[in-house]
Each structure stands twice: as structure tokens, then as C-alpha cells.
Design a binder for this molecule. Structure first.
Ligand SMILES: NC(=O)c1ccc[n+]([C@@H]2O[C@H](COP(=O)([O-])OP(=O)(O)OC[C@H]3O[C@@H](n4cnc5c(N)ncnc54)[C@H](O)[C@@H]3O)[C@@H](O)[C@H]2O)c1
Length: 307
């Protein structure tokens, strides 16, 4: 038995499995916390919104979608490639108030995304807001990381973001009202990463895409991003097969508890990012509260990176 500092609380942990289970339990509570923390504010802004979010079947996308659903937009469309999980999230949110539907679409699919956004506009008359969230992370040392792995990360994270933004902008411009786009991104936008070099490259490229969209369409489209630090309780980290704790243990040598201590200890306040952080930041970026921001990537990482 050893004591670990988890989110500022000293917690007894038996072994690696116990730590992973405790983090998964925190994740479940994190979804509810994200909802609770976003109820007090900004309801008026998103009431008439038609909002689409990618990668909404699990993790941060699911938490942000849950918080947005409770803002009761006119329609909330959840996209992902995991149909079964999407169905379940939609079922959970169906009693909330606004219309919540899903589309099974891959962000890298040009025609599929065109059809998906076209169908939203056909059904609801417009698309007013979009959240680009879907991404993947494959890690590995430079000399062992294949070109195929590198391309895969760039394909989903950069080409996928580009494809989604392009289709949303097209239909936002056509409906004359313009629109607001917010990207869920990472502190890796600003900082390279040892043994995980494709992911920062893919996120830095998205930062450039966003700025270029502003330069071309900034009078009608507002686009910003929130760059988060590590959500150490998210499935991306805790997945027992291929989560980052498992990947990093292999790549860096060390067990899951050592990896947790390393990554939990990297922020200035000793806390990792939560779904509440993500929900509050994304609702802020989607709402008029952030109308003065354009082409920005906000650092939302508990003091992990500085300008
Ligand atoms: N988890 C973290 O610590 C962390 C930290 C900073 C930023 N982020 C960012 O947050 C976002 C969400 O990450 P997460 O941790 O929730 O990851 P996740 O893997 O739990 O969820 C990502 C979702 O995207 C979906 N997806 C993957 N490829 C797709 C594709 N080609 N088309 C459509 N959907 C696809 C997956 O099915 C999954 O449901 C990502 O942009 C990620 O870079 C995550």
C-alpha cells in the first residue's frame, strides 16, 4: 500500500490496477461535475444553437457534449466512429430538453463529412456552432516510430480537423449567419513531446489552420481553441490495453504508478485537467462571452506551459 497525491488529496493505492480503477471512478464523477459546474451560466447564449461535436462517444467529447446538452440548444449533433457508444450517450441525454442526435462519421472522410453537415442543415436550416474534438495519440521513440504511424496521427488529428472545419465553414457561410467553431486541443500545440512526436506536430498544424481560417473568413466565422493539459482519469490514459499509462510504461520503462506520479507532478498546482475544466472552457469559447477572441489557442493546462 502506498499514498499518492491525486488531485490534491492523499489517497491510499494498493497497486497499479487499484490506481487505474480509482482514476476510472473519478472519471465517472467528472462527467457529473462538468454538468454541475456549467449550469449556472451562459444558458441564454446557446438556446437557439445548432451545434455539432466530433469524437463525442467518450472522454472529453462526451463530457463537453453532456454539458452542452444541458444548455438546451435547439439541436446537438454528436459525431464519432463508435456507433454503439454514441447511441448510449444520446440515450443518456435524450431526456435533457434540446434535441440530441448522432451521426456515425469519420472526421477524415471528405464525402461522409460533407453529407453529415449537409444533412444537419437540411434538417435544422443551419449550423451555428461546431466543436472539433476527435483526435488520436500514438506514441513511440523517433527511431522506432513508422511513417505509417506518423501519417495516421496527422490524418485523424490534422486532416480530420481540416475536413470538419472546412465543411462547417462552408455551410455556416451559406446560411449567411456565420458561425462559431471551438477546437479541443492540447498543450502539445506549443511544446514537443519526447517519444510522442507526431501528436504535437498534428496539433501545432491545427493552430495554423485556425489562424488561416480567421484571416480568410474572420468577418463571419469565429474560431478558437483550448489547449488542455493531461486528463489523467480519461480513457485515453486509463484504457487497460492501449492507454497512455500502458504505452508510456513500455516506452519509458517504469510501472503505471511511476508514470502517474511523473505526469501528475508536471503542473504548477499539482492538479490534472478535469472534464469540468473542459466543459467550462468550451462553453466559454462557443458563447458570446468570448466574442473578443479570434484565432486564439488558450492555455488551459494548470500552468504546464507558458508563453
Ligand atoms: N485525454 C487527455 O489527456 C487530453 C489532453 C489534452 C487534449 N486532449 C484532446 O482532447 C480531445 C479528446 O481526447 P480524449 O482524451 O477524449 O480521447 P478519446 O480517445 O477518449 O476520445 C476521442 C474520440 O474520438 C473518436 N475518434 C477517433 N478517431 C476518429 C475519427 N477518425 N473520426 C471520428 N471520431 C474519431 C474516438 O472514437 C473517441 O470516441 C482530443 O483532441 C485530444 O487531443 C486530450
Amino acid at each position: 500500500m502506498q499514498k499518492l497525491m491525486i488531485q490534491g488529496v492523499k489517497t491510499a493505492v494498493e497497486d497499479e490496477q487499484d490506481l487505474l480503477q480509482k482514476l476510472r471512478d473519478m472519471e465517472a464523477a467528472g462527467i457529473k461535475e462538468a454538468f454541475d459546474d456549467t449550469q449556472q451560466y451562459i444558458k441564454r447564449d446557446l438556446k437557439d444553437a445548432v451545434i455539432v461535436i466530433t469524437g463525442a462517444a467518450q472522454g472529453i467529447g462526451r463530457a463537453v457534449a453532456t454539458a452542452i446538452a444541458y444548455q438546451c440548444p435547439r439541436a446537438l449533433i454528436l459525431q464519432d466512429v463508435k456507433e454503439h457508444d454514441l447511441e448510449q450517450v444520446v440515450r443518456e441525454l435524450s431526456s435533457v430538453g434540446g434535441k440530441v442526435i448522432y451521426q456515425c462519421v469519420d472526421v477524415t472522410d471528405d464525402d461522409g463529412m460533407e453529407d453529415a453537415i449537409h444533412n444537419i442543415v437540411g434538417e435544422y436550416g443551419k449550423i451555428t456552432h461546431a466543436v472539433s474534438n476527435a483526435a488520436i495519440l500514438l506514441s513511440g521513440p523517433l527511431l522506432e516510430f513508422s511513417v505509417e504511424q506518423f501519417e495516421k496521427v496527422m490524418q485523424v488529428n490534422t486532416v480530420g480537423h481540416y475536413n470538419f472545419v472546412q465543411k462547417c465553414v462552408k455551410y455556416m457561410l451559406e446560411s449567411k449567419g456565420g458561425g462559431t467553431i471551438a477546437q479541443v486541443t492540447s498543450k502539445s500545440t506549443f511544446k514537443g513531446s519526447a517519444a510522442s512526436l507526431a501528436y504535437p506536430a498534428s496539433k501545432a498544424a491545427c493552430h495554423s489552420i485556425n489562424q488561416s481560417v480567421v484571416l480568410e473568413h474572420g468577418n463571419q466565422i469565429r474560431i478558437n481553441a483550448a489547449a488542455f493539459g493531461n486528463f489523467l482519469y480519461s480513457p485515453l490514459w486509463t484504457d487497460p490495453e492501449n492507454g497512455l499509462f500502458v504505452q508510456y510504461s513500455k516506452n519509458q520503462g517504469g510501472n503505471v504508478i511511476e508514470m502517474f506520479k511523473k505526469y501528475a507532478g508536471q503542473t504548477n498546482d499539482g492538479k490534472f485537467c478535469t472534464y469540468s475544466d473542459a466543459a467550462r472552457a468550451m462553453i466559454f469559447l462557443l458563447s458570446k462571452e468570448s466574442s473578443f477572441l479570434q484565432g486564439q489557442t488558450l492555455r488551459c493546462d494548470h500552468g504546464y506551459t507558458f508563453w
